[in-house]
Design a protein around this ligand. Structure first.
Ligand code: ASP
Ligand code: MG
Length: 412
């Protein structure tokens, strides 16, 4: 029997009614002849509530007990989903992570999957069971303790199961009906994409983050797991949702597929640092040790042996970055005249695999921004993406203007 993985996020299992609705979808796939592995999240809001309990009980909590508590939301929905399917006469049972066993590293609250042995579940399919319901987000460490995969981790559980079982596809049911060319909340012309390549999906993470955990897309790309993102609130159809797949499966690659943005960016500049071998390392090593997620980096040309170094990071990490840099300065590792933090910026990016073979995208992007009077502060590029840092107050304008200029409202 071909195997299908179906993952239901928190909003899709938020009430008993919604669990029934989800179970019906599973029943439809079983009727088509699939053996189905269902991965469930906790009911929406449940994990936040459990995290709150832990933090209130013990501010400097033992991460092993944190995992024991926050993983429990998924146990409830896994059992309820199995019961609901049984009520519909679909042979089903639930598995908690440790029962599979889904083996992980011991990095509690951010564990990585090591192995998913499939014998146990395949044997049950062989005996006539039709649906294996697995609690997402959780596993077991070599020490025998319960672990969790990080917030949003059920997506990663789902993709890992699809890879381990050679599933035909991994359907991710969520509360949006697919992946869009940009955020429909800030651009009304945003269009749902039928297909998008793994690499584009990764680059569009600022849009997709709420849809798919980035790690799950990386995993899907590595194992070529075809992912379909779709809403559990819409009528089922074969065209529903967006297929995230290998670029080979996409006939005409878009030059630009989407416009992404990230609101909470900060720009930091070290004014007048000595331009000498090792200076970048002296600046960015302490930042990395402090866990700062540095994104864009620009070094100016130098004058009289001194230069300015600019980088961007999330707004909420500015204070920590300042501390790390000032400590490095006090320790004599670096020397700068001034440290300027600009927390009023946003990043806007255009993304598309077709950029590899088409020139002129950057020129067009800059022309559009110039026409709108938007000043660009920092630019970075990759093979399939061009990003600019601009004043946050122009972010929506820039997204809309770029969406228009690249005619993203039209299907390719
Ligand atoms: N319930 C977990 C969370 O809210 C995992 C998930 O839903 O993916 O982060
Ligand atoms: Mg999610």
């Amino acid at each position: 029997m071909p195997i299908l993985v179906m993952k239901f996020g928190g909003t899709s299992v938020a009430t008993l009614d919604r669990i029934r609705r989800a179970a019906k979808r599973v029943g439809v796939e079983v009727a088509k002849g699939y053996d189905v592995i269902v991965i469930v999240s906790a009911m929406s809001g449940e994990t936040n509530k459990l995290v709150g309990f832990v933090e209130e009980t013990s501010p400097l909590f033992d991460a092993r007990e944190y995992d024991a508590v926050v993983s429990s939301g998924e146990n409830v929905t896994a059992g309820l989903m199995a019961l609901t399917l049984q009520e519909m006469d679909v042979p089903a049972r639930s598995w908690q992570g440790w029962q599979v066993p889904l083996k992980t590293t011991s990095a509690h609250s951010a564990a990585r999957i090591v192995e998913i042995p499939n014998e146990n579940i395949l044997q049950k399919f062989g005996e006539g069971m039709k649906v294996a319901v697995v609690a997402g987000f959780q596993g077991i460490s070599a020490e025998g303790r319960i672990t969790t995969l990080g917030r949003g981790g059920s997506d990663t559980t789902a993709v890992a199961f699809a890879a381990a079982f050679g599933a035909e596809r991994c359907d991710i049911y969520t509360d949006v009906d697919g992946v869009y060319t940009t955020d429909p909340r800030i651009c009304e012309k945003a269009r749902k994409l039928d297909k998008i390549a793994f690499e584009e999906m990764l680059e569009l993470a600022s849009l997709g983050a709420k849809v798919l955990q980035t790690r799950s897309v990386e995993l899907a790309m590595r194992y070529k797991v075809r992912l379909r993102v779709l809403s559990s609130f819409e009528e089922p159809s074969d065209e529903a949702g967006t297929l995230v797949c290998d670029e080979e499966e996409i006939m005409e690659l878009n030059v630009v597929s989407g416009v992404a943005y990230s609101r909470d960016e900060a720009k930091m500049t070290l004014v007048s640092v000595a331009d000498r071998p090792g200076i970048a390392s002296a600046i960015f090593s302490p930042l990395s040790e402090a866990g700062i997620q540095v994104d864009m980096i620009v070094q100016n040309i130098s004058e009289d042996g001194r230069t300015d170094m600019t980088f961007s990071c999330p707004t909420n990490q500015v204070a920590r970055a300042e501390q790390a840099l000032n400590e490095a300065k006090d320790a004599g590792g670096i020397n700068f005249h001034e440290l300027i933090a600009d927390t009023g910026v946003a990043k806007v990016s255009v993304v598309g695999i077709g950029m590899r073979s088409h020139t002129g995208v950057a020129a067009k992007m800059f022309e559009v921004l110039a026409r709108e009077g938007v000043n660009i502060k920092v630019i970075t590029t990759s093979e399939i993406k061009i990003s600019v840092l601009i004043d946050r107050k122009y972010m929506e304008l820039a997204v809309q203007a770029l969406h228009d200029a690249f005619e993203l409202e039209k299907a390719a």
